[in-house]
Design a binder for this molecule. Structure first.
Ligand SMILES: CC(C)(COP(=O)(O)OP(=O)(O)OC[C@H]1O[C@@H](n2cnc3c(N)ncnc32)[C@H](O)[C@@H]1OP(=O)(O)O)[C@@H](O)C(=O)NCCC(=O)NCCS
Length: 152
């Protein structure tokens, strides 16, 4: 699938050339693809997150010390990307990818972030049992995000 099929601006050239290859080397990396009728309908991936990584360090600063003790300090899985082709959305594919990622990782808690303004994503994660923990500021050039957690 060409990345543009996922919707404008979903994933950058920089992601494909640099970030994804670096992410494949992280602990417990899992990447799943959903296919339907021979074509890619969606994909998602994640790995074990830890302090010292860019995403985790930003999230850590946004949480209370009690939240850090619950969500960051214990080993946890981070869902990094999850996308379903627009023509295939709202048929359970995103939920299936998310559930399957969580069965293929070793921890009892997981974290992710999504754009505060995405009602679709926030509704999707609420429906899948994720809790909104805090607002996160990833710095200049980034829209507002929220971090969510789920006990597996
Ligand atoms: C979020 C996303 C992964 C959901 O995938 P999906 O396959 O459509 O999700 P499912 O069919 O498993 O779940 C559907 C639920 O998601 C939410 N949802 C999906 N589309 C929605 C829409 N257009 N408006 C509001 N809620 C929506 C609803 O809660 C819906 O449940 P309902 O149909 O009972 O109302 C997909 O919309 C997507 O790829 N969006 C763009 C990228 C993105 O935002 N990724 C997540 C952030 S990292």
């Amino acid at each position: 699938m060409h990345r543009s099929a996922l919707g404008a601006g979903a994933l950058s050239d920089e992601w494909a050339a640099t970030r994804l290859p670096a992410h494949t080397t992280r602990d417990d990396f899992v990447f799943l693809i959903a296919r339907e009728g021979g074509e890619v309908a969606g994909f998602g991936y994640g790995y074990t997150g830890s302090s010292g990584q860019w995403w985790t360090d930003h999230v850590e600063r946004s949480l209370t010390s009690a939240q850090r003790a619950e969500w960051i300090e214990p080993p946890h899985f981070e869902i990094v990307e999850l996308h379903v082709r627009p023509s295939h959305q709202r048929r359970g594919i995103g939920s299936a990818l998310l559930a399957q990622l969580l069965t293929r990782q070793p921890h009892d808690r997981a974290l992710l972030s999504t754009q505060t303004g995405s009602r679709k994503a926030r509704s999707f994660y609420a429906k899948n049992g994720w809790n909104e923990l805090a607002s996160v500021d990833f710095g200049p050039g980034y829209p507002p995000y929220i971090v969510l957690g789920k006990r597996v």
